[in-house]
Design a protein around this ligand. Structure first.
Ligand code: ADQ
Length: 457
């Protein structure tokens, strides 16, 4: 087992993107920031797809991390990733807010690719290694890996919600997925509700015995638990203290015509994020004269994602039309109430936007956690700013001082957006102080350490 790793991360994607020919750069995002130091410290490896179809690559080192690419063909990207992961599991696990596609062809591809990940992991792990598998694309890997390598300690973390039994039962391959997850020693969820749904499912579907969140099978114990993910609070907190970020935040407001109130939405363009609902609420507030176009500006940043999945194309068209209508009907010459951007932004620009915004509007119909809400809080050491937050985001469990909304209730959403816009500085600072205490204490480092400590206990 020489040359094999004592610690492995297994995820659909490697934590790097291709820059120019032959060079790599670390992908942005919390997961990589949290896990990279653990990987470097433990001389671990990361197993995942490198992002280009139909290409085989040898393992390589980058930024102190050993990376092991798993190849995917173009048709596997379509069937396993866009198909089963994003047109079946994603909508099913998000309250069926779009109809899931049940296709035997995409299921077969999901199984084949999961098997390939399991084999690659089995070949790269040292004896008794610790393996941490990430997310819904790889739910069969824990059991497949255990079969190949019973000596390993296997953890699994689901970044998206785990649905109630009543919804999960729609899945024709429900048994295979649950048995797949049960190959792990520890199955982690964002919310306690996800862990409870899973344990209940094991009892009802497989008739397994459990004590609280410990499930008994084949003489083993599988534990389920909640490990809410977070952000790198310290990094964002020091970034927004830099003079050039503060300056840029002022510039952004000036570019918007110095509105009294800047509202902001930042999401991947996804039908689970409730973008249409928040824009509708804003449109009605303008229409009925509760707010005036020059008084408030809404900035919505939404880079398109998963564009080859049908539902995402439809969403893009419909949001385009909605924004066009609001600006056409409510705008004035040289004054557009909604600024809608499709671009991806770097950390610094994103931090400047958060800092500039008076009201952050986070209204998912269902969300595992929602890091944007936590990033906004980490960026407000000035204790200014209001967070309007959907009760259906995992973050709602922790961020109790936010302005809480049900995004399906447009009147309620309008009321809460107005309340947030008109809150006194005293009320805002009281809420922000308490929100910041929470995010500063439970940051992403604590999440990673907490999960690994539970896995290795
Ligand atoms: P996502 O659904 O992608 O994540 P979220 O948690 O909000 O949702 O994370 C998005 C990340 O992308 C944030 O870090 C944000 O800063 C960044 N981002 C968004 N728009 C951007 C833009 N235009 N430019 C640059 N960066 C942008 C999934 C689950 C979530 C869960 C996370 C982590 O759906 O519920 O919180 O994984 O577990």
């Amino acid at each position: 087992m020489q040359g094999r790793s004592p610690f492995l991360i297994v995820a659909n994607r490697l934590p790097v993107d291709r820059a120019e020919e032959g060079t790599w750069r670390r992908s942005p995002g919390g997961l990589v920031t949290a896990i990279a130091p653990v990987l470097q410290r433990r001389e671990g490896a990361w197993i995942g797809w490198h992002g280009a179809p139909d290409e085989r690559l040898e393992p390589f080192d980058h930024d102190g991390m050993h990376l092991i690419p798993v190849p995917l063909s173009d048709s596997e990207v379509e069937l396993y990733y866009e198909g089963f992961s994003n047109a079946t599991l994603w909508p099913l696990y998000h309250d069926v807010v779009a109809p899931p596609v049940y296709s035997r062809v995409t299921w077969e591809a999901y199984r084949t690719v999961n098997e390939r990940f399991a084999r690659a992991t089995a070949e790269s792990a040292a004896e008794n290694a610790v393996v941490w598998i990430q997310d819904y694309q790889l739910q069969l890997v824990p059991a497949m890996l255990r079969k190949l390598r019973p000596d390993l300690r296997i953890g699994f973390f689901l970044h998206i919600p785990f649905p109630p039994v009543e919804l999960f039962s729609q899945l024709p391959w429900r048994r295979e997925i649950v048995e797949g997850l049960l190959g792990a020693d520890l199955v982690g969820f964002q919310r306690p509700g996800g862990a409870s749904n899973f344990v209940r499912l094991c009892r009802l579907l497989l008739g397994l015995q459990h004590q609280k969140h410990e499930i008994h099978l084949d003489g083993r114990v599988v534990r389920a638990g909640a490990f809410p993910i977070s952000v790198d609070f310290g990094e964002l907190d020091s970034l927004v203290r830099e003079p050039h970020i503060i300056e840029r935040a002022k510039e952004i407001r000036a570019e918007l015509g110095d509105p009294e109130c800047m509202l902001l939405g930042v999401d991947r363009l996804d039908y689970t994020k409730g973008i249409a609902q928040r824009l509708k609420a804003f449109e009605e507030l303008l229409c009925e004269g509760s707010i005036k176009a020059g008084e408030a500006a809404f900035v919505q940043i939404a880079p398109p994602s998963r564009e080859r999945v049908e539902e995402y194309g439809r969403l893009r068209d419909s949001i385009d039309r909605q924004v066009g209508r609001i600006n056409g009907e409510q705008g004035e010459f040289g004054l557009q109430p909604v600024q809608y951007m499709h671009q991806s932004y770097g950390r610094e620009e994103l931090a400047s936007l958060y800092l500039a915004a008076d009201v952050m509007v986070v209204t998912p119909l269902r969300d595992g956690m929602n890091l944007v809400a936590k990033e906004y809080i980490a960026c407000h050491n000035d204790l200014r700013g209001a967070l309007v937050l959907s009760e259906f985001a995992g973050a709602a469990d922790e961020l109790r001082q936010a302005f809480m909304v049900n995004p399906y209730d447009i009147d309620g959403l309008k009321r809460m957006m107005l309340t947030a816009m008109r809150a006194t500085p005293h009320d805002l600072s009281r809420r922000m102080r308490s929100l910041r205490r929470r995010v500063a204490t439970y940051d992403v480092d604590r999440w990673a350490k907490g999960f690994l400590a539970a896995l290795e206990a």
